[in-house]
Design a protein around this ligand. Structure first.
Ligand SMILES: [Zn+2]
Length: 100
């Protein structure tokens, strides 16, 4: 299965998906039980399981059926193999072992 992945780092990243975290019960200065960072640095997004908190650094996965959910980096790297598309290096690629 191929999923689309976006890494969410801070407020303003992918604001269409992740809105600023807001919970009347949890103070924004409180620490996150998952990552220990201030809740004010977190985001919140709608998923198939309801609204979920997004920690800074979480990956936002979009599955083929369009369902989105956040995943902690550790769990993500266990579950998924990263496919990285690098731009083709043409002009300035160095040969292996060349001195700097
Ligand atoms: Zn967190």
């Amino acid at each position: 299965m191929v999923v689309d992945v976006i890494r969410w780092l801070e407020q303003g990243d992918h604001s269409a998906i992740v809105q600023p975290f807001h919970d009347p019960i949890v103070p924004s200065g409180g620490a996150c039980p998952k990552c220990g960072k201030r809740m004010g640095l977190h985001g919140s997004m709608a998923t198939g399981r309801g609204r979920e908190t997004v920690c800074p650094g979480d990956y936002i996965l979009t599955e083929p059926n369009g369902e989105r959910r956040p995943e902690r980096p550790k769990a993500f790297s266990k579950l998924y193999e990263k496919i990285i598309k690098e731009p083709t290096k043409t002009v300035s690629s160095k040969k292996e072992g060349d001195p700097e």
